[in-house]
Design a protein around this ligand. Structure first.
Ligand SMILES: O=C(O)c1ccc(O)c(O)c1
Ligand SMILES: [Mg+2]
Length: 630
């Protein structure tokens, strides 16, 4: 039974990959109370409807609905009579399945009559036949229905049919995709006549609703439709039924069903918070990336230390009880973790030197932990030594850790002082003000899991998607940004295994941070200092600067100053300017950036990414900057 406030939750089998038993197990393991049995999943199952019913019973799952029943209403004879026979046969199936509800979606046939009273009469007859067996029918307007494609039209027909066993099915996608909403629904539809509710989000795409719906639906919170408002409008009528997810998505169909099912449940928990039905602990107030942590062993640490030294990083502290070093430049912190028998060691054993974690500064770490746990994200607490601070972490969808540390600028004792013996270091010119952003490569099909994670746990907003041409394929990039701009996390994904992103993902069997940008007050001075230290900076071709001059009309002196330092440049419409430069790669797996923002620039220099990616490939071919990997 659902807790007070919470509503029971269901998921359509069509959302999940695998054979029907896999789908049911995944739904049950995630904690759903019910499943929509999608007819195709039954047709392709090698067993009877009664077998499905038993499986569901064993898994503690109710069958919330059987669907879809297509092209039923307002057909001319002889299809009309045939449809009634077809309905009786599906009622048999429903009874064997143990569900009392069937979904009829609006007719898409060219032969369908544009006659609401005929549609009403047909549905009334179906409802009457259903009622004789104790069954019920609900009617859904598909956004591409031949004559019925809005919920108000579907309601008009249900109202005319006037049968207690006939009600409405609402589906957020069909309503929101055509620019409609549920405003005012309470005035016309009694809440008890909404028999079923399907929830789906989607990205905004310029596409016909049918293709959009069949391939690109997402869980609530993963897309751009206002599903929360949709649900709020319905709850406002006093309706309190089951929340059911119905997502047709090509990536979901290919992904492990357990991850997708769990994301589905999380999306509904998040949505219940959005509509204040079952509030979660408040979102954190974020104030930056406190550190990025590398998994190393002593040898890799030496090599990585030399690489970091090029940007002015130096050892600034030693952990009191573990083989962990703090490297620092200005206000940017990097942790090099060689402690055996730790989460870092586990990652090092498998993947060699890589970023294994990052830490976000938040107002109250324990509240974030409570929020993450309520959303069923795993929480990690490393063992600690006497007198040391326990830093909790949440696991990202790829298994890497996000530590949560209290913001030292808000009066909290910096974690470094409890756990490290610190040795002061002298900062060079234009030392970092902090970590500007940390970019991650994610495996294809994982992006939407991250969208939900960052939005639901941290309240990060996904920015628009960039499509960046790498010499060997396309990289799609999307940044997640805190509302106050203090945390920026770009995520990159590539279907091609030959792009920089794709190679990183396959080499590292998943995902991780592959690029850390440090905010500097003056990119020119920082680049000069890096050059003086012999940092391996990425060469940028002359053509880039010629294009810059043509595109943005920069003066010769400014252009020369950029070119000399391998600096890239971008500006936005409001006059914000971005100057940045990259190092070559460390072992083909991580590179660093110095980044100067001015005039309120909020982007990442995405226009320059193709130039950077091509330069990285050129450098890699020339055998520079990429020490052979282990
Ligand atoms: O795409 C479809 O055909 C389809 C079927 C059933 C639904 O509930 C739906 O929203 C869409
Ligand atoms: Mg639907």
């Amino acid at each position: 039974m659902a807790a007070p406030g919470r509503l029971p939750k269901s998921i359509a089998t069509v959302c999940l990959s695998g054979a029907l038993p896999d789908k049911l197990e995944a739904a049950s393991a995630a904690g759903f109370e019910a499943v929509e049995i999608f007819e195709n999943d039954l047709l392709t199952f090698d067993g009877t409807a009664a077998d499905v019913r038993r499986m569901c019973e064993d898994l503690d799952l109710a069958v919330s609905i059987f669907q879809p029943f297509r092209d039923f209403e307002a057909m001319p004879e002889p299809q009309r009579t045939r449809n009634v026979d077809r309905a009786e046969r599906k009622f048999d199936t429903m009874q064997a399945l143990g569900t009392d509800l069937v979904l009829v979606c609006s007719n898409v046939q060219a032969a369908a009559l544009d006659d609401p009273s005929r549609a009403a009469a047909d549905l009334r007859e179906m409802a009457e036949r259903a009622a004789r067996r104790g069954l019920r029918v609900c009617y859904e307007a598909l956004a591409w229905g031949r004559h019925v494609n809005r919920w108000r039209q579907a309601w008009d027909i249900v109202r005319r049919a006037d049968h207690p066993a006939l009600g409405l099915c609402l589906d957020s996608f069909h309503t929101l995709s055509v620019g409609d909403d549920l405003a005012g629904i309470g005035v016309v539809v009694p809440p008890e006549k909404v028999f079923f509710l399907q929830l789906a989000d989607a990205p905004r795409l310029a596409m016909d609703p049918l293709s959009w719906s069949r391939h690109h639906r997402l869980f609530p919170g993963q897309g751009e439709l206002d599903v929360a408002r949709f649900l709020r409008d319905l709850l406002g009528t006093g309706w309190a039924g089951m929340l059911s997810l119905e997502i047709f998505n090509d990536e979901f169909r290919a992904a492990p069903s357990r991850r997708i099912a769990r994301d589905g449940l999380r999306s509904l928990i998040w949505l219940e918070d959005q509509v204040r039905r079952a509030p979660l602990p408040d979102l954190p107030r974020l104030s930056g990336i406190e550190f990025v942590e590398f998994a190393v062993d002593p040898a890799a640490r030496n090599e990585l230390g030399r690489f970091l030294g090029g940007l002015g990083f130096a050892k600034a502290g030693l952990h009191r009880s573990k083989d962990v070093e703090l490297w620092r430049s200005g206000a940017a912190n990097l942790v090099l973790n060689a402690e055996p028998d730790s989460a870092a060691a586990e990652r090092f054993e498998q993947l060699g030197p890589t970023v294994c974690a990052m830490a976000l500064r938040v107002d109250d770490p324990e509240r974030v932990v409570a929020r993450a746990e309520a959303l069923q994200y795993p929480v990690w607490r490393e063992r600690i030594g006497e007198g040391e601070r326990r830093i909790p972490a949440v696991r990202q969808p790829d298994g890497t850790l996000v530590y949560l540390v209290e913001d030292p600028s808000q009066g909290a004792q910096p974690i470094w002082e409890d756990d490290f013996s610190l040795s002061p270091i002298a900062d060079g010119p234009a030392a970092p003000l902090g970590v500007d952003h940390a970019a991650q490569a994610v495996a294809p099909g994982m992006m939407d899991s991250f969208v939900l994670f960052y939005r639901a746990v941290f309240g990060l907003q996904p920015e628009a998607l960039w499509e960046l041409p790498d010499p060997y394929g396309l990289v799609r990039s999307r940044a997640f940004v805190a509302p106050n701009g203090s945390v920026r996390l770009p995520l990159n994904v590539s279907e091609s295994t030959r792009t920089g992103t794709g190679r990183f993902v396959s080499a590292l069997a998943g995902a991780g941070v592959h690029h850390i940008a440090f905010a500097v007050p003056d990119a020119g001075a920082a680049a000069d200092a890096a050059a003086a230290r012999g940092a391996p900076m990425l060469d940028i071709p002359e053509n880039y600067y010629e294009d810059l001059a043509a595109r943005l009309g920069l003066g010769d002196a400014e252009l020369h100053a950029l070119q000399q330092r391998h600096l890239l440049y971008d500006q936005d419409a409001a006059g914000g300017v971005f100057r940045h430069a990259y190092t070559r790669q460390f072992r083909d797996r991580i590179f660093l950036e110095i980044a100067e923002r001015s005039g309120g620039y909020t982007g990442f220099g995405a226009v320059n990414a193709p130039v950077r990616m091509a330069a990285q490939r050129r450098n890699a071919r020339q055998g520079i900057g990429s020490v052979p990997s282990d």
